[in-house]
Design a protein around this ligand. Structure first.
Ligand code: SME
Length: 161
Protein backbone atom coordinates (compact mmCIF):
# COMPACT_ATOMS: atom_id res chain seq x y z
CA UNK A 1 0.00 0.00 0.00
CA UNK A 2 1.12 3.56 -0.69
CA UNK A 3 2.30 5.18 2.52
CA UNK A 4 2.28 8.68 1.22
CA UNK A 5 -0.30 10.62 -0.70
CA UNK A 6 0.98 11.75 -4.10
CA UNK A 7 0.81 15.51 -4.51
CA UNK A 8 -2.44 16.41 -6.19
CA UNK A 9 -3.14 19.70 -7.98
CA UNK A 10 -5.39 20.93 -10.78
CA UNK A 11 -9.09 21.58 -11.10
CA UNK A 12 -11.42 20.07 -8.55
CA UNK A 13 -12.40 17.40 -11.07
CA UNK A 14 -8.75 16.56 -11.75
CA UNK A 15 -7.95 16.44 -8.05
CA UNK A 16 -10.78 14.04 -7.24
CA UNK A 17 -9.88 12.05 -10.36
CA UNK A 18 -6.30 11.62 -9.11
CA UNK A 19 -7.35 10.96 -5.52
CA UNK A 20 -9.95 8.24 -6.14
CA UNK A 21 -7.52 5.57 -7.42
CA UNK A 22 -5.16 6.32 -4.52
CA UNK A 23 -8.01 5.85 -2.06
CA UNK A 24 -9.03 2.64 -3.82
CA UNK A 25 -5.49 1.31 -3.51
CA UNK A 26 -5.11 2.27 0.13
CA UNK A 27 -8.34 0.61 1.25
CA UNK A 28 -8.23 -2.40 -1.11
CA UNK A 29 -6.55 -4.88 1.23
CA UNK A 30 -8.00 -3.65 4.50
CA UNK A 31 -11.33 -5.16 5.59
CA UNK A 32 -11.79 -2.96 8.68
CA UNK A 33 -14.16 -0.11 7.84
CA UNK A 34 -12.96 2.14 10.69
CA UNK A 35 -9.37 1.95 9.45
CA UNK A 36 -10.57 2.73 5.94
CA UNK A 37 -12.77 5.62 7.09
CA UNK A 38 -9.75 7.03 8.92
CA UNK A 39 -7.59 6.98 5.80
CA UNK A 40 -10.37 8.33 3.56
CA UNK A 41 -10.86 11.26 5.96
CA UNK A 42 -7.10 11.86 6.07
CA UNK A 43 -6.64 11.74 2.30
CA UNK A 44 -9.57 14.05 1.55
CA UNK A 45 -8.51 16.47 4.28
CA UNK A 46 -4.87 16.56 3.17
CA UNK A 47 -5.79 17.03 -0.49
CA UNK A 48 -8.43 19.74 -0.15
CA UNK A 49 -7.57 21.35 3.22
CA UNK A 50 -11.17 21.32 4.35
CA UNK A 51 -12.08 22.68 7.79
CA UNK A 52 -13.40 19.33 9.05
CA UNK A 53 -13.58 15.96 7.31
CA UNK A 54 -14.97 12.86 8.94
CA UNK A 55 -17.52 10.16 9.49
CA UNK A 56 -20.46 9.61 11.79
CA UNK A 57 -21.60 5.99 12.14
CA UNK A 58 -25.16 4.78 12.75
CA UNK A 59 -24.98 2.89 16.07
CA UNK A 60 -27.47 1.64 18.67
CA UNK A 61 -28.58 4.22 21.27
CA UNK A 62 -27.10 3.72 24.72
CA UNK A 63 -30.53 2.84 26.14
CA UNK A 64 -31.12 0.37 23.32
CA UNK A 65 -34.21 2.12 21.93
CA UNK A 66 -33.14 3.06 18.47
CA UNK A 67 -30.17 4.36 16.59
CA UNK A 68 -28.08 7.52 16.56
CA UNK A 69 -25.11 8.92 14.64
CA UNK A 70 -21.89 8.62 16.64
CA UNK A 71 -18.66 10.43 15.79
CA UNK A 72 -16.19 8.25 13.91
CA UNK A 73 -12.76 8.80 12.34
CA UNK A 74 -12.16 12.45 11.42
CA UNK A 75 -9.59 15.16 10.75
CA UNK A 76 -10.03 18.64 12.13
CA UNK A 77 -11.21 20.29 15.33
CA UNK A 78 -13.24 18.76 18.15
CA UNK A 79 -16.77 17.81 17.05
CA UNK A 80 -20.19 16.88 18.47
CA UNK A 81 -20.28 13.18 19.34
CA UNK A 82 -23.95 12.22 18.84
CA UNK A 83 -26.53 13.41 16.30
CA UNK A 84 -30.18 12.32 16.19
CA UNK A 85 -31.93 11.19 13.03
CA UNK A 86 -33.33 14.17 11.14
CA UNK A 87 -31.22 16.69 13.10
CA UNK A 88 -28.83 19.02 11.32
CA UNK A 89 -27.26 18.30 7.98
CA UNK A 90 -25.88 14.89 9.05
CA UNK A 91 -29.16 13.71 10.58
CA UNK A 92 -31.02 14.83 7.44
CA UNK A 93 -28.65 12.96 5.10
CA UNK A 94 -29.23 9.86 7.26
CA UNK A 95 -33.03 10.26 7.38
CA UNK A 96 -33.38 10.94 3.66
CA UNK A 97 -30.57 8.57 2.58
CA UNK A 98 -29.54 11.37 0.26
CA UNK A 99 -26.51 13.66 -0.09
CA UNK A 100 -27.00 17.17 1.33
CA UNK A 101 -25.09 20.05 -0.27
CA UNK A 102 -25.39 23.19 1.88
CA UNK A 103 -23.90 26.39 0.53
CA UNK A 104 -24.64 28.40 3.69
CA UNK A 105 -25.12 26.41 6.87
CA UNK A 106 -26.92 29.30 8.58
CA UNK A 107 -29.74 28.89 6.06
CA UNK A 108 -30.14 25.19 6.84
CA UNK A 109 -32.98 24.59 9.33
CA UNK A 110 -31.66 22.84 12.45
CA UNK A 111 -28.03 23.01 11.43
CA UNK A 112 -25.80 21.84 14.30
CA UNK A 113 -22.98 24.32 14.76
CA UNK A 114 -20.09 22.28 16.11
CA UNK A 115 -17.97 25.25 15.16
CA UNK A 116 -18.91 28.81 14.18
CA UNK A 117 -16.08 28.68 11.63
CA UNK A 118 -18.02 26.22 9.50
CA UNK A 119 -19.81 28.05 6.67
CA UNK A 120 -20.73 25.40 4.10
CA UNK A 121 -21.06 21.66 4.25
CA UNK A 122 -21.65 18.45 2.32
CA UNK A 123 -22.89 15.21 3.86
CA UNK A 124 -22.86 11.96 1.88
CA UNK A 125 -24.59 8.85 3.23
CA UNK A 126 -22.82 5.48 3.13
CA UNK A 127 -25.50 2.99 2.12
CA UNK A 128 -25.11 -0.80 2.42
CA UNK A 129 -27.94 -3.12 1.33
CA UNK A 130 -30.30 -0.14 1.19
CA UNK A 131 -29.52 0.99 4.75
CA UNK A 132 -27.54 4.08 5.78
CA UNK A 133 -24.71 2.82 8.02
CA UNK A 134 -22.69 6.05 8.24
CA UNK A 135 -22.32 9.52 6.76
CA UNK A 136 -19.28 11.36 5.45
CA UNK A 137 -19.45 14.97 6.66
CA UNK A 138 -17.20 17.69 5.24
CA UNK A 139 -17.23 21.26 6.51
CA UNK A 140 -15.65 24.31 4.91
CA UNK A 141 -14.72 27.63 6.50
CA UNK A 142 -15.90 29.38 3.29
CA UNK A 143 -19.41 29.76 1.88
CA UNK A 144 -20.41 27.87 -1.31
CA UNK A 145 -17.51 25.41 -1.25
CA UNK A 146 -19.39 22.33 -2.42
CA UNK A 147 -21.23 21.67 -5.66
CA UNK A 148 -22.32 18.83 -7.94
CA UNK A 149 -18.67 17.95 -8.68
CA UNK A 150 -18.04 17.26 -5.00
CA UNK A 151 -21.29 15.34 -4.69
CA UNK A 152 -20.47 13.12 -7.66
CA UNK A 153 -16.91 12.30 -6.59
CA UNK A 154 -17.62 11.97 -2.88
CA UNK A 155 -20.49 9.57 -3.61
CA UNK A 156 -18.04 7.48 -5.68
CA UNK A 157 -15.44 7.59 -2.89
CA UNK A 158 -17.95 6.59 -0.22
CA UNK A 159 -19.09 3.68 -2.39
CA UNK A 160 -15.56 2.22 -2.13
CA UNK A 161 -16.02 1.67 1.62
N1 SME B 1 -22.77 20.58 11.20
C1 SME B 1 -23.14 19.19 11.26
C2 SME B 1 -22.71 18.56 12.57
C3 SME B 1 -21.41 17.90 12.52
S1 SME B 1 -20.09 18.91 12.58
O1 SME B 1 -20.18 20.03 11.72
C4 SME B 1 -18.65 18.15 12.48
C5 SME B 1 -24.64 19.02 11.06
O2 SME B 1 -25.41 20.00 11.06
O3 SME B 1 -25.07 17.91 10.90
Amino acid sequence: MAEQLNIITGTKDEMYGALLPQIREVIADEPDIIANMANVAAMLHETFHFWWTGFYRVLPERNGTGEILVLGPFQGPLACTRIRKGRGVCGTAWQEACTQVVSDVEQFPGHIACSSASKSEIVVPLIKNGIVIAVLDIDSAALNTFDETDRLWLERIVELL
